[in-house]
Design a protein around this ligand. Structure first.
Ligand code: SF4
Ligand code: SF4
Ligand code: FES
Length: 240
């Protein structure tokens, strides 16, 4: 008999080792980083590796709600991840210098970087989206008439506030339809369950301010790229 460590994930692993080797669940890091162990514990979406076993009574563990179940606690994340891909989760610089792509860093001041605090920590665990009633009803309909959900929208906002990104207008245009930002009713189920204490509900309300032009992306403190060799300037004349 193995000693059981204090988290729900430890209990699941103990059950798998000692009682039922067919039990299926996802896990990797065991410290709230990889986002793979999201499940519903006693009615609330949580990371099994960060949630302590109750000292007394019964704990009920279910797969993330309103998702297609593959086996036991494993749900199909394909649609959720495809929705994340649709927000283009990578920087799209205004001017692309092909010669220096992947070789040079885009400059960003510390103050501008701080604007992304509370956004870049998202681990795509899906706890928020699968807690969201709007995502239950409209998250699984056919694209583009599906609600992207709080996780994808928080990440869309993360790229909009990133001063190194030059595609704000295109990103906002993609979100300007009946099924994205405007399906959110701001009840904040998403924010209340996020294991990283992020605020997807707030990110969505900020997106609305950008879409309605009440808010504009401020000018960055720094522009351009750091030279790959710190003693050499970027060979601008060679750029395409
Ligand atoms: S916002 Fe929070 S709950 Fe939602 S996917 Fe990211 S880390 Fe998970
Ligand atoms: S605030 Fe919006 S995104 Fe968050 S749970 Fe409510 S409807 Fe869903
Ligand atoms: S196992 Fe990685 S977040 Fe739980």
């Amino acid at each position: 008999m193995h000693f059981c460590r204090p988290m729900v994930l430890d209990a699941l692993m103990k059950i798998k080792m000692e009682q039922d080797s067919t039990l299926a669940f996802r896990k990797s890091c065991r410290e709230g980083i990889c986002g793979s162990c999201g499940v519903n514990i006693d009615g609330i979406n949580r990371l099994a590796c960060l949630h302590k076993i109750r000292p007394r009574g019964t704990t009920k563990i279910y797969p993330l709600p309103h998702m297609y179940v593959i086996k036991d606690l494993i749900v199909d994340m394909n649609k959720f991840l495809a929705q994340h891909n649709r927000i283009k989760p990578y920087p799209i610089p205004k001017e692309l210098c092909v010669k220096s792509e992947g070789d040079q860093q885009f400059l960003q001041s510390i103050k501008d970087r701080e604007k992304m605090d509370g956004l870049v920590e998202c681990i795509l665990c899906a706890c928020c989206s699968t807690s969201c009633p709007e995502y239950w009803w409209h998250g699984h309909t056919k694209p583009p008439n599906d609600f992207l959900g709080p996780a994808a929208l928080l990440n869309a906002y993360r790229w909009i506030v990133d001063t190194r990104d030059g595609a704000t207008h295109e990103r906002l245009s993609e979100l300007r339809n009946y099924y994205n930002v405007y399906r959110c009713h701001q009840i904040n189920n998403c924010t209340s369950v996020c294991p990283k204490r992020l605020e997807p509900g707030r990110a969505i309300s900020q997106l609305r301010l950008y879409l309605s032009k009440f808010k504009k992306k401020p000018k960055p403190d720094m522009v351009g790229k750091a030279p790959s060799d710190p003693y050499k300037a970027c060979p601008k004349d060679e750029c395409e």
